[in-house]
Design a protein around this ligand. Structure first.
Ligand code: SAM
Length: 228
């Protein structure tokens, strides 16, 4: 249950020095969060699983702080170890990524301030097929309100799934929501991040492997811009 992991009361309580020690060598990451000159977390990978996307993004955006949010304890610990091992074998690299164990459906505003994030990722989220469980989906009209609050104007939400029904659901929520707008196809194609959605994530790789002997299952991805 939630009582097993600490929850910051507000973004000021998130100690960045624990996550990104190279950026906060004197251990002042929590106290400094309010200072505009101090780097802030800009990307959030929600339900990051084993962290493949973070690892891929880390070298693509070496000066951007990013965090994975993961509910499962053991998976979170695995990602922590993975990042520490990468830092140890590649000095000066992978210092900009970290992971936190949390329930993203409840605590996003505890971690991020208004307009703090420029990218949010929802990659291969759990489908929750039954209608009575749709409220457990990580994209919904209510949660998009929260995501719009923590995203900057022009920030981008990326989604991908191989579950057709969920893909349609996520797309329709984003289309209906007044604070998000679809991104033109040419812009999506030119975005280097889009390729990573399926190639860097463990779930994307699994879907690709399953497709070796049979046609790839349909994969629906979309990107929407925050226009609030
Ligand atoms: N995004 C990763 C990928 O594409 O490889 C993992 C996809 S996996 C199917 C979905 C992940 O979301 C799981 O690791 C699960 O534990 C996590 N998850 C589900 N609900 C969550 C929540 N409320 N908060 C944080 N993580 C959650």
């Amino acid at each position: 249950s939630d009582s097993h992991f600490p929850i910051p009361i507000s973004p000021d309580e998130v100690d960045l020095s624990q996550h990104y020690p190279r950026y906060f060598p004197s251990g002042e990451g929590g106290a400094l969060q309010g200072d505009a000159a101090v780097p802030r977390i800009r990307f959030a990978d929600v339900g990051c699983g084993f962290g493949g996307l973070l690892v891929g993004l880390s070298t693509l955006f070496p000066d951007t702080l990013m965090i994975g949010m993961e509910l499962r304890d053991k998976v979170t610990e695995y990602v922590k170890e993975r990042i520490l091992a990468l830092r140890a074998s590649n000095p000066g690299k992978y210092d900009n990524i970290s992971v936190v164990r949390t329930n993203s459906m409840k605590y996003i505003p505890n971690y991020f301030r208004k307009a703090q994030l420029s990218k949010m990722f929802f990659l291969f989220p759990d489908p929750h097929f039954k209608e009575k469980n749709h409220r457990r989906r990580v994209i919904s009209m209510q949660l998009l309100d929260e995501y719009a609050y923590v995203m900057e104007v022009g920030g981008i939400i990326y989604t991908i799934t191989d579950v057709e029904e969920l893909g349609e659901w996520m797309r329709s929520c984003l289309e209906k929501h007044p604070l998000f707008e679809a991104i033109p196809e040419e812009e999506i194609k030119a975005d280097p991040v889009v390729k990573l959605l399926s190639t860097a994530t463990e779930e994307g790789q699994k879907v690709a492997r399953n497709g070796v002997d049979e046609p790839l299952p349909p994969r629906s991805s979309s990107s929407s811009r925050c226009s609030c």
